[in-house]
Ligand binder design. Structure first.
Ligand SMILES: [Zn+2]
Length: 481
C-alpha cells in the first residue's frame, strides 16, 4: 500500500491511458520544449524519484525480466526519432494492477499486472511506446514546470512528502502530506493530459510500427482496458478521473489504419518471460501447487512456455528433481534458448553442482555478450564454484549494467570480499546504497572506501566525485525545505 500511494503521487503520466482527443492533426507540442526546466534538471528530479522507488517499490530484480524489458524498450526508443539525445531505463514492478508510467528522466515502469494482461508483444509495445513518447515530448517536464508556476508550495510539499516518507519510514505522515499536494495540483495535470495523451498515442503508434510491431495491437489493448472491470475498481484515482474514451480508441484506430502493412516481428521470448513472471510472482501454497500438478498430469501445459513456467513453480516449491527433468527436456529441444539454461544453472547452484552449467552459460555468453541474465548467472555460478576472482572480473567488465540492475553491486561486493579485494567492497556497497536513495549510508561507506583506497589515485578520484554528488544533492534538498 505504501508503495502504491507513493506512486500515485509520482504519477505524472499514467498511461494505461486515459483522456481523449479527437484532433488528428495536433501540433508537435514537443517542439516548443520547455526552456525553464532543463534536461539536466529533469534528469536530476527523475534520478531522485527513481532512488525512492528502488527503496520502496517491489521492483522485479530477475535479470531475464529486466533484460527483456530493456530490449523491448530500446527497440522502441531506436524507432522514436526524438529519443536520440535522451536517457532511458525500463523496469518492472511486481504489482497486480494494470499500469505503466513514465518518470522524469526517462525512467519507465511497467506493472506485472499489465504484462499479464497483454496477449502479445505488440500490445505490450503499444503501452511502452506511448510512455517513451511522453518522455521525448517532455510532457513530464512541462507538467512539473506548470506545477511550479501555478502552485509552488504544492510541489515543495510533494517533494518534502517523499522525503519524509523515506527518511522517517513513517509512511502515513508522508502520505497524508502527499495526498494534499496531489489534490492541489491535480487540476493542472488533468488540463494538460488530453493533448499529451493524444500526442503520445500518435508518436507511440508510429514508433511501434517502425520497430516492426503491429500498430493495431494498441487498439486491442485499449478495448481490453475499456472492458476491464479491474480498471474501474483499482486504487488509482488518476485513472478513475480519466476514463478511456471512445474518441481516443477511434483516433488510434484511424492512425493505425493509415500505416502501410508491414511484417510483424514479435520475439518468442515474450511468452517465456510472461510465464516466468507469472511463476515468480505466484503465491506458492499447497492448493495452488496441487492444482498446477493436476493440470500438468492432464497435459494442460501444452506449450514449452507453460512447461517452463511450471518448472519454475516446482523449483520455488523445492521440487528440484521434477523441475530439473522438465528443464533438461526443454533444453535438449532448444539448446540455444538462454532461459532454460539459466533455470538449470539456478538448480545447479541450489544443488551445489555449479560445474555442470558453467561451461554452457559461458558459451551462451560468448554468443550473446551483452546479456544481463547470462552475466548474472555466470557470476553466481563462479561464486558457487569458489572462483570469486573470476566472478569479480566478469562483473567489473560489465559494470555498466549496474545502471539498470543496481543489485549487481551486491553480487560484486560479495565477489570482491571473497576474492580478497576488501578495499573495494566499501565502494560497491556505497554504490548500491546510493542507488536506493540511502545517501547517508552511502556517504559513510564512501568515506570508509577512501580510507581503504589510500594507494589508488583513480579510486580516490572516483569516490570523491560521488561524495561531491551526494553533497550537492543534500544541499539542493535543504533549499527545498
Ligand atoms: Zn499517457
Amino acid at each position: 500500500m505504501k508503495y502504491i500511494k507513493i506512486l500515485v503521487a509520482l504519477f505524472f503520466s499514467s498511461c494505461v491511458c486515459i483522456s481523449s482527443a479527437a484532433n488528428n492533426e495536433l501540433p508537435d507540442i514537443g517542439s516548443s520544449a520547455s526552456q525553464v526546466f532543463s534536461l539536466a534538471q529533469e534528469q536530476s528530479v527523475g534520478d531522485s524519484y527513481m532512488r525512492q522507488l528502488r527503496a520502496f517499490a517491489p521492483l522485479m530484480h530477475d535479470a531475464e525480466v529486466n533484460d527483456y524489458i530493456q530490449h523491448l524498450g530500446f527497440r522502441l526508443v531506436e524507432n522514436n526519432p526524438r529519443a536520440a539525445d535522451r536517457k532511458f531505463s525500463f523496469f518492472v514492478i511486481d504489482q497486480n494492477s494494470i499500469n505503466a508510467f513514465a518518470l522524469p528522466g526517462g525512467y519507465i515502469g511497467v506493472h506485472t499486472g499489465l504484462i499479464n494482461k497483454t496477449d502479445n508483444e505488440s500490445e505490450l509495445a503499444s503501452v511502452i511506446g506511448h510512455e517513451i513518447a511522453h518522455v521525448t515530448q517532455r510532457h513530464l517536464a512541462r507538467r512539473i514546470e506548470l506545477q511550479s508556476q501555478l502552485s509552488l508550495p504544492s510541489l515543495a510539499a510533494f517533494v518534502a512528502a517523499i522525503l519524509i516518507a523515506t527518511q522517517s519510514n513513517n509512511s502515513d505522515a508522508g502520505m497524508a502530506a502527499m495526498a494534499g499536494a496531489q489534490g492541489l495540483t491535480q487540476q493542472a495535470i488533468i488540463n494538460h493530459t488530453r493533448a499529451n495523451e493524444s500526442e503520445a498515442d500518435r508518436i507511440g503508434i508510429h514508433s511501434m510500427h517502425r520497430a516492426g510491431f503491429d500498430p493495431k495491437a494498441a487498439i486491442t489493448f485499449f478495448e481490453k482496458m475499456q472492458e476491464n472491470s479491474l480498471y474501474r475498481s483499482n486504487n488509482f484515482e488518476f485513472l478513475q478521473t480519466h476514463p478511456l474514451s471512445r474518441n481516443r480508441i477511434t483516433d488510434a484506430r484511424l492512425r493505425a489504419s493509415e500505416l502501410p502493412l508491414r511484417p510483424v516481428i514479435e520475439k518468442p521470448t515474450y511468452q517465456l518471460i510472461k510465464e516466468k513472471i507469472k511463476a515468480l510472482t505466484a503465491k506458492i501454497t499447497p492448493t495452488m501447487m496441487d492444482s498446477a500438478n493436476k493440470r500438468f498430469l492432464k497435459n494442460e501445459f501444452d506449450t514449452d512456455e507453460l512447461i517452463y513456467g511450471y518448472s519454475i513453480l516446482l523449483m520455488r516449491n523445492k521440487e528440484f528433481k521434477k523441475s530439473e527433468d522438465l528443464l533438461l527436456a526443454l533444453r535438449k529441444k532448444h539448446p540455444n534458448q538462454t532461459s532454460f539454461a539459466i533455470a538449470l544453472a539456478e538448480l545447479d547452484i541450489e544443488n551445489r553442482t555449479p560445474s555442470r552449467s558453467l561451461l554452457i552459460i559461458r558459451q551462451l555468453l560468448e554468443k550473446i555478450p551483452g546479456n544481463l541474465a547470462l552475466v548474472e548467472s555466470n557470476a553466481k555460478l563462479l561464486l558457487a564454484a569458489d572462483n570469486a576472482a573470476e566472478a569479480r572480473e566478469l562483473l567489473l567488465e560489465n559494470i555498466h549494467m549496474t545502471s539498470f540492475a543496481p543489485h549487481l553491486f551486491k553480487l560484486l561486493s560479495r565477489a570482491q570480499e571473497e576474492s580478497g579485494h576488501k578495499a573495494e567492497v566499501y565502494e560497491s556497497e556505497a554504490n548500491y546504497l546510493l542507488s536506493v536513495g540511502d545517501l547517508s549510508g552511502a556517504r559513510n561507506q564512501y568515506y570508509q572506501a577512501l580510507n581503504a583506497h589510500t594507494e589508488d589515485p583513480y579510486a580516490r578520484e572516483r569516490i570523491n566525485s560521488q561524495l561531491r554528488r551526494i553533497k550537492e544533492f543534500l544541499y539542493k534538498r535543504s533549499l527545498r525545505h
